[in-house]
Design a protein around this ligand. Structure first.
Ligand code: GDP
Ligand code: IMO
Ligand code: MG
Length: 434
């Protein structure tokens, strides 16, 4: 008998996050049975727009608005019950329906209120060297995971969960005090610590009433049964803990390999790897950004692209597409198909640029060096002619303006991978598939 067994596809960001992952996952969900987040947590903000409504997801996978898909929060994700609860309430879907659509891994780690306090204390302690963290407790929660001191969702279902919680909280408060910070009266999301803790426990009660499972068994059985699984990444490859611009990174593996560890999928069971990138670049938070624009052009990208953080509201730093960085991400992830978003943001530019190499220590290179600080690398740009018209009426991929198709062709030749989807606006409908 021929096996029905299928492979899991992965969709992830190739830049510094906010490439439009949420939008594209939502568009692709009708093709899939399972949408599974594999890493990150509420530092993510994935925006979906349809029927004149806008939703921002932080922990919940972006397939949640389709009634047939199972949305799985994998073991690699870190969950803040308070934020999870708030997010559930923002979706406009009945709780009973959400309980049918969502499934959570018993092995996912929890973000405690004291993780958030510790995140704030550690960032503050760094002074000018701060990472620009979203301050959602991500770093401290993953630190506890790796230090083998973390609290998992499975622990929350045990009778003695309060002991586990209190012991971990105590260790955090000690660290915070050691850093010289007073833990009383520190505000979190406009709440004081005690109020946050109360909301956290309310969220934990809601969380307990969701189906919690050994998600690696669920995912592998789904693949065995021939179901289609899409693993949804958070952040972007240049924020990866191993391959990003360390230390200005997040604390998880955001790359394709993260889907294996964050869901329990074997490398041999990975199928397509969809890599998303913006037609230009943005970054929020600190860290090197070779093609950043500090002038009116950067301001125009921010304005046209509405580049303000989905999670924190911070203005995003903007600049031209960085092709050596993109090629690096394609390599690390084994990208099989590229997706370009926000092409429409370049509509009003008569000319735009892309970085095709770096001047580095007297020579030219086309990869990211270890010390990729602005003092060390200088981008080499190529100019492209703009199309100066709306993409709204293009109707099909091949009907896009020639100037845009030329830009796409150049990117394909540079990276060696085809661009198969172009996004021309934030709405679900503004998507052209080749
Ligand atoms: P994610 O974190 O990768 O899911 O991306 P975010 O949601 O944080 O940021 C992407 C932003 O761009 C959101 O506000 C989207 O609504 C918007 N967006 C997505 N695709 C497009 C596009 O093709 N054109 C425009 N103009 N906006 C887009
Ligand atoms: P999505 O999934 C953009 C950035 C932060 C900071 C660094 C570390 O929406 O693409 P952390 O909170 O993880 O300690 O922050 O990473 N960052 C993101 N930037 N999009 C994201 O997620 C991000 N998640 C974290 O700004 O520079
Ligand atoms: Mg985002």
């Amino acid at each position: 008998m021929v096996s029905k067994k299928s492979k899991a596809d992965v969709l992830l960001g190739l830049q510094w996050g906010d490439e439009g992952k949420g939008k594209i996952v939502d568009v692709l969900t009708p093709e899939y049975d399972v949408i599974a987040r594999f890493q990150g947590g509420p530092n993510a903000g994935h925006t979906l727009e349809f029927d004149n409504k806008k939703y921002i997801l932080h922990t919940i996978p972006s397939g949640i608005f389709h009634d047939k898909a199972t949305n799985l929060i994998g073991n690699g994700v870190v969950i803040d019950p308070m934020i999870f609860h708030k997010e559930l309430n923002s979706l406009g879907l009945p709780l009973a329906e959400l309980q049918k659509r969502l499934l959570l891994s018993r092995k996912a780690h929890l973000i405690l209120p004291s993780h958030k306090l510790l995140d704030a204390a550690l960032e503050h302690d760094k002074g000018d060297a701060k990472i620009g963290s979203t301050l959602k407790g991500i770093g401290p929660a993953y630190t506890d995971k790796v230090a083998r001191t973390g609290m998992r969702l499975g622990n929350l279902l045990q009778e003695n969960y309060r002991e586990t919680y209190d012991a971990l909280k105590k260790s955090h408060l000690k660290k915070i005090a050691d850093l010289g910070f007073d833990t009383n009266g520190v505000l979190l999301d406009g709440l004081d610590f005690d109020a946050y803790e109360q909301k956290w426990f309310e969220g934990a009660d809601v969380l307990r009433n969701f189906p919690v499972t050994d998600s690696e068994i669920f995912v592998n059985k789904s693949l065995q049964d021939g179901l289609k699984v899409l693993a949804e990444g958070a952040q972007g490859s240049l924020l990866d803990i191993d391959f990003g611009s360390y230390p200005f990174v997040t604390s998880s593996n955001t790359i394709a390999a993260g889907a294996c560890t964050g869901l329990g999928i074997a490398p041999s069971a990975i199928g397509e790897v969809y890599g998303i990138f913006k037609a230009y670049c943005t970054r929020v938070g600190s860290g090197p950004f070779a093609t950043e624009l500090f002038d009116a052009t950067g301001e125009m990208l921010r304005k046209e692209g509405n580049e303000f953080g989905s999670t924190t509201g911070r203005p995003r730093r903007c600049g031209w597409l960085d092709l050596p960085a993109l090629k690096y991400s394609v390599m690390i992830n084994g990208v099989t198909s590229l997706i370009m978003t926000k092409a429409d943001v370049l509509n009003n530019f008569s000319q735009f640029e892309a970085c095709i190499a770096y001047n580095y220590r007297g020579g030219q290179i086309d990869y990211i060096p270890f010390d990729c600080t602005p003092d060390e690398i200088e981008p080499v740009y190529k100019s492209f002619k703009g199309w100066q018209k709306s993409l709204a009426g293009a109707g099909s991929f091949d009907n896009l303006p020639t100037e845009l198709l030329d830009y796409i062709k150049y990117i394909e030749e540079y990276t060696g991978v085809k661009v198969n989807i172009v996004s021309t606006g934030p709405d679900r409908s503004e998507t052209l598939i080749r």
